[in-house]
Design a protein around this ligand. Structure first.
Ligand SMILES: [Fe+2]
Ligand SMILES: [Fe+2]
Length: 291
């Protein structure tokens, strides 16, 4: 299968969600075993030679855009890696914590890949100031989740529901998945950056397990009407922060670069947001939901 077709298939994440027929512990253990057997790619081994050549001959506008775009990914991967421990700690069984611990390592691998990309392909450090308010909100989120460790099973579950909605639902399920589409539309469709494409393909395989587990949990937990409201409220509260992601000025090393027309950030984000709501609730429409 051509890489482009593979991408499209993987981005339609519906089949990513494991069935609700099995228990959560069985699903978590299956995913843990999958991560042990198949999640073994090495970020240090991806060949970036052609990427360096592609970058050197790229026009200046796209160079600026790619540095900005990859800074967004590096910042996000690193931030979630550094803050992921409370999700593991709130897992309510050995099986769940085992799976979530594979996710922690994988987020560090994704971080390593982008760190390598900056030093070997761009030959510069990431840039400051790429805004992502949903990521910034993880600072409060982890405090709340750590405090919930002192609570009983109900309080822990409430904190976990919101943690899953914030991270697996929105950051991974909406923001990262949209990022893969943007890369495909702006760069991969022109046959550029095979190393970055391979890195994204490997990252997407890992993310398939992360998002699959998270969305299945959210779908299951949303059967409780209180949890359903909690999830929906969080999605609605974050929507304005999500939508501005690709509208911000692309400032790199003191110069502003144009956003390529293929990005269509708002449109892609809105679609992905609705797809995730459908995954969790079976419907995306606000009026339907509050009926
Ligand atoms: Fe990641
Ligand atoms: Fe992830």
């Amino acid at each position: 299968m051509a890489l482009t077709e593979e991408w499209k298939e993987q981005t339609s994440a519906d089949e990513l969600i494991p069935s609700l027929d099995k228990s959560t512990d069985e699903v978590a253990w299956d995913l843990y075993r999958k991560a042990i057997r198949f999640g073994t790619w090495d970020p240090a081994e991806i060949d970036l030679t052609q990427d360096k050549a592609d970058f050197d001959s790229l026009d200046d506008d796209l160079k600026g855009y790619l540095i900005h775009f990859c800074t967004g990914f590096l910042d996000a991967e690193e931030n979630v890696a550094l803050k992921f421990c409370p999700w593991i700690m709130l897992g309510s069984s050995t099986e769940q914590q085992a799976f979530l611990s594979t996710q922690l390592l994988e987020e560090f691998k994704h971080t390593e890949f982008f760190m390598r990309y900056f030093s070997e392909v761009f030959g510069q450090a990431r840039i400051p100031g790429v805004k992502n308010i949903v990521q910034q909100k993880l600072d409060e989120r982890i405090k709340f989740m750590l405090a919930a460790l002192e609570l009983g099973p109900e309080g822990r579950e409430e904190a976990l529901v919101e943690g899953l909605a914030h991270y697996q639902g929105i950051i991974e399920g909406v923001q990262a998945m949209t990022g893969y589409e943007v890369f495909e539309a702006v760069f991969r469709s022109k046959g550029l950056f095979p190393g970055l494409a391979e890195g994204f393909a490997r990252i997407k395989e890992d993310e398939g397990r992360h998002v699959g587990f998270g969305l299945r949990m959210l779908k299951l937990l949303a059967r409780n009407p209180e949890h359903a409201k909690r999830i929906r409220r969080l999605f609605d509260d974050y929507l304005p922060h999500i939508l501005i992601r690709y509208d911000q000025p692309v400032m790199v090393n003191g110069r502003e670069y144009p956003t390529p027309p293929e990005v269509r950030g708002r449109e892609r984000l809105t679609k992905m947001f609705e797809r995730r709501l459908k995954d969790i609730f079976g419907k995306a429409n606000r009026e339907d939901f509050y009926k």
